[in-house]
Write a protein that binds this ligand. Structure first.
Ligand SMILES: C[S@@+](CC[C@H](N)C(=O)[O-])C[C@H]1O[C@@H](n2cnc3c(N)ncnc32)[C@H](O)[C@@H]1O
Length: 272
């Protein structure tokens, strides 16, 4: 957040986001679209970003609200939506808001957080505030899908800080810019389970001009049991835990993902 209260983390890279090769290759869209169709809607996607999942969901005929704190990511999403047929646009509502504190005046049959927005929340207080908001917005028999990564032990003990690493292919923007992305672990706060990371975009313009854009952010990591305890504390019971978007069960691969499908704990009245 800046002093003026604007969330700028994605400002300089929002327009690049959809072109990043590993993002384009993610295998999660079908999983979330299928869950949305099964729920019947309406769906709330928290941290919807550029609409990578939200737009295919609306195309599949499901009503969906996207909440995101970044005006820059939402602007990209709006631009993409403008090119969609009217019936798709009519199924979408976009809201600029903070997942720790929002009120949409509506309940949803499915609430999702695809591709780890929850890991932007570094404190237990923020995590519980968010889960409380999600619970209030969930219909009685609705489902929550919390998508976080399973920490890889080997990576957590690596001490290579400050080194820019690159394993990704270069990508091109429609206007001819060429982009190479590298990543760097700036520091690890093992005590609080937070990695401070940077994604660094080296942009070469068609006229040869060079630019270096940096997205710097903290990434909180959770192990299975902590996430389960958090969900229980917030009034959720876990129905499924997948290691992948193909629904492989937890434990079938490592590290895999931690994809929790949860519902409100039965018989528990929290007044929401
Ligand atoms: C990695 S992106 C995921 C975007 C999208 N769900 C996808 O799958 O491509 C994380 C998103 O979370 C959003 N975000 C981060 N903190 C947030 C907060 N406190 N409230 C709402 N959105 C937030 C960011 O702006 C960003 O768009």
């Amino acid at each position: 957040m800046t002093e003026s209260g604007t969330y700028n983390e994605y400002m300089s890279i929002a327009e690049l986001y959809d072109h990043v090769v590993p993002y384009q290759e993610r295998q999660d869209v079908g999983f979330f679209v299928e869950a949305a169709k099964e729920s019947g809607g309406p769906v709330l996607e928290v941290g919807c970003g550029t609409g990578r999942v939200l737009i295919p969901t609306a195309r599949a005929g499901v009503e969906i609200t996207g909440l995101d704190l970044s005006p820059h990511m939402l602007e990209v999403c709006r631009g993409k939506l403008a090119a969609e047929p009217q019936e798709v646009r009519a199924r979408v509502r976009l809201v600029e808001g903070d997942m720790r504190q929002f009120e949409l005046g509506q309940r949803f049959r499915l609430v999702t957080l695809p591709f780890r927005p929850f890991q932007h929340l570094t404190t237990v207080e923020d995590q519980l505030a968010c889960l409380g908001c999600l619970r209030r917005h969930l219909a009685e028999d609705g489902r929550l899908i919390l998508d976080i990564f399973n920490p890889k032990m080997e990576s957590l003990v690596q001490t290579a800080f400050g080194e820019e690493l690159s394993e990704e292919p270069e990508f091109s923007m429609p206007d001819g810019r060429k982009v190479i992305r590298r990543h760097k672990v700036v520091s690890r706060d093992i005590i609080n389970q937070v990695n401070y990371v940077e994604l660094i975009y080296y942009v070469t313009h068609p006229d040869g001009r060079q630019e270096r854009l940096v997205q710097a952010f903290p990434m909180r990591y959770f192990f299975k049991f902590e996430a389960e305890h958090l969900l229980a504390r917030a009034g959720f019971e876990v129905e499924q835990l997948y290691a992948d978007y193909d629904k492989s069960p937890y434990g079938s691969k490592h590290p895999g993902e931690l994809i929790f499908v949860a519902r409100k704990t039965k018989g528990e009245d929290r007044g929401n």
